[in-house]
Design a protein around this ligand. Structure first.
Ligand code: C2E
Ligand code: CA
Ligand code: CA
Ligand code: CA
Length: 275
């Protein structure tokens, strides 16, 4: 009886009850967010060594009534667990493709590339390739403008199928970036196998790059390796000039970070002078 009491206490403590309730509330609200039009894409500029903007990363935001602007890390994990990431990911792809098409109308924006984050669950949907193709066609978006950002969690399993899907999309003109590079386990082995175009150096390596010799050495190694593999590199999380200068001096010429521009709604974004 004593043991059962302890178990009861363990399973029904008030904190857990609260956690379960807020999780359920979050799930219910997230289910509705999509058809209520509460999701929005922000766009963060990607800048080259001449200070010109060459593209943008689409970053999801949720305008949740009573909660303000909710960041993706607060709801994407739940969306992945519940499968809601599938309709949400589809909405992101559609919205990004519509934006690619809209950019085509102006000289200033027609060459911009759009980077879209794809979660593992989304990529491993049996009809993922067809879904991306359908989004592109629905909006008449140029596939060469679309770059899909994959994380290591996407490519960890079923390597053959991953490569085959990537190749099918590449045949359409879509390109691929490996996101958060350096943070996973098997980074080096998959680089050889996957048909990638770009690496994004994770911001955790960039933060202390100008002061920490270990981070500096890691980033130099990533840059050297990318160069010999013919991969383009984007450094993310650049917040100050010292970081940008270090990267420039070591051969990295594409940047993303608060120093160059924060993620913004499209209306604010398109008035940038560097476009
Ligand atoms: P990520 O793909 O690594 O995106 C970069 C994150 O770094 C973004 O956070 C961006 O706002 C932030 N960031 C950009 N510049 C700086 C900087 O200079 N300093 C610092 N400290 N941070 C910077 P955000 O927008 O909160 O997104 C977090 C993550 O959520 C993303 O990380 C991505 O994994 C995921 N995510 C965002 N949008 C989507 C989406 O549409 N689909 C999926 N599946 N995941 C998404
Ligand atoms: Ca990303
Ligand atoms: Ca990243
Ligand atoms: Ca990340």
């Amino acid at each position: 009886a004593k043991g059962a009491g302890r178990n009861t206490a363990r399973f029904f403590n008030p904190n857990m009850q609260k956690t379960i309730e807020s999780r359920m509330a979050l799930e219910t609200a997230l289910r509705q967010a999509l058809f209520k039009g509460e999701l929005q894409l922000f766009y963060q500029p990607q800048i080259d060594q001449n200070g010109r903007c060459f593209g943008a990363e689409a970053l999801l935001r949720w305008r949740r009534p009573g909660h303000g602007l909710v960041a993706p890390l607060e709801f994407i994990p739940l969306a992945e667990e519940t499968g809601l990431i599938l309709p949400i990911g589809q909405w992101v792809m559609d919205t990004a493709c519509a934006q690619i098409k809209a950019w085509e109308a102006s000289e200033r924006t027609r060459f911009l590339r759009m980077a879209v984050n794809v979660s593992a669950r989304q990529f491993h949907q049996p009809d993922f390739v067809a879904q991306v193709q359908a989004s592109l066609e629905r909006y008449g978006a140029n596939p060469h403008r679309l770059k899909l950002e994959l994380t290591e969690s996407v490519v960890l399993e079923n390597a053959e199928q991953v490569v085959s899907r990537m190749n099918q999309l590449r045949a359409l003109g879509v390109s691929f970036s490996m996101d958060d590079f350096g943070t996973g386990y098997s980074s080096l082995s998959y680089l050889k196998r996957l048909p990638l175009d770009q690496l994004k150096i994770d911001k955790s390596f960039i933060r202390d790059i100008a002061t920490d010799p270990n981070d500096a050495a890691i980033v130099r190694a990533i840059l050297a390796m990318s160069q010999s593999l013919g991969l383009e590199v984007v450094a993310e999380g650049i917040e100050n000039e010292a970081q940008r200068r270090f990267l420039c001096e070591n051969g990295c010429h594409r940047f993303q970070g608060y120093l160059l521009g924060k993620p913004k709604p499209i209306e604010e974004w398109e008035t940038r002078p560097d476009l």
